[in-house]
Design a protein around this ligand. Structure first.
Ligand code: GAR
Length: 191
């Protein structure tokens, strides 16, 4: 039996797309559903092209997590992958899926993490700090923002003239190259 993964995304869904492509024919795992809190998220049309069930649940559903948890149970989901999911994961969901929720952060944690640090805010902060490198952090999710166990990091050099958007583009390339592969290798080791 293949391991079942659900993807949570709030935005454009370019990372989600990489997961759909990577796991479409894969011996280890399959993507079984997508959750979003945003009814106009780009990830919706991407998921439709792969014929994946998509659950659009607005913010109110994420306070207790009761409904998402019951759907995940019904779908027999083993792992959750956060791919640009912008809401806090409810405590009940984290304890149900302890060490089985992955996140990617678009910087080298522990720097540039924590509440409010998402998307372009991160790249702006990296720019303001005059960093010479940035990169990605793939980690497990626990109850504190961006504090779960780090599984993988990769860095890229920045040019002093790079804008936040240019930093973001360099980082996104690393995300696409690594995120599905790292998740697959962690799942393989634990099954
Ligand atoms: C990605 O850069 C991801 O690292 C970031 O949101 C973007 C989503 O892009 N996540 C966070 O900032 C989480 N704190 P995508 O929708 O194109 O995959």
């Amino acid at each position: 039996m293949k391991t079942k993964i659900s993807i949570f995304a709030s935005g454009g869904g370019s990372n989600a797309q990489k997961f759909f492509e990577h796991f479409v024919q894969n011996d280890t795992a399959e993507i079984v559903s997508v959750f979003t809190n945003n009814k106009s998220a780009g990830v919706i049309s991407r998921a439709e092209k792969f014929n994946l069930p998509i659950h659009i649940l607005n913010r109110s559903y994420w306070d207790t997590g009761e409904i998402p948890i019951s759907i995940l149970k019904e779908e027999k989901v083993d792992y959750i992958v956060l791919a640009g999911f912008m809401l806090l994961i409810p405590k009940a969901l984290i304890s149900q899926y302890s060490d089985r929720i992955f996140n990617i952060h678009p910087a080298l944690l522990p720097k540039f993490g924590g509440q409010g640090m998402f998307g372009n805010n991160v790249h702006k902060a990296v720019k303001v700090a005059g960093e010479e490198v940035s990169g990605i952090t793939i980690h497990l999710v626990n109850e504190e923002y961006d504090k779960g166990r780090i599984l993988y990091q990769e860095s890229c050099f920045l040019d002093p003239t790079d804008s936040p958007e240019e930093i973001g583009a360099k980082v996104l390339k690393l995300e696409h190259k690594n995120y599905p592969k790292v998740v697959e290798s962690v799942i393989r080791k634990s099954t």
